[in-house]
Design a protein around this ligand. Sequence first.
Ligand code: 5GP
Length: 189
Amino acid sequence: MQLLKDRILKDGYVRAGNILKVDSFLNHQIDIPLYEAIGNEFKKRFSDVEVTKILTIESSGIGIACITAQSFGVNVIFAKKAKSKNLDSDVYTCKIDSFTHDKTYDVMVSTKFINADDKVLIIDDFLAKGKAALGLIDIVNQAGAKVAGVGIVIEKGFQEGGVALTNQGIRLESLVVVDSLENSIIKFR
Ligand code: 5GP
């Protein structure tokens, strides 16, 4: 997606630890026309699959999931990072290691919101090691629902997430794939 590549080159920057910062337009301050273009692009790329729900994880996935859901005309569910260890029994749960925060979260979704008939499109801002996406796939599987696909705004192609998903037979659509952040230079695939 050329618009996104241009914006990353203009306003993105690299932090230690292979972190690409896009906080001036994607996940802190939000550029709404860019979000709309992202939502439309996901709709185009997944136009051949049935989608009944969109699933993401709090917090930076929520806005992107909402704008994408508008294109599909479906609801969004966001997995919550549970604060308490006392999880209700009526939730699907999994553990997700956070790439950026260096900790493990218990994540949960109420069983009310995903059922076995659902075709769930998973949306997130970044794909790095794939832990967040794999955790959300686990939750969809617990519900007996189908994963329609995974849509990612920025895949870091030099990390293992993309391979981990495609090895599971998951349809992955990344709007931009970054192949290297070495020496603070952003290189796209
Ligand atoms: P994964 O679970 O695939 O290892 O990491 C994905 C999550 O980590 C995303 O939800 C995103 O919030 C965060 N993340 C991973 N890499 C980056 C990065 O380079 N920049 C930013 N801003 N977030 C990242």
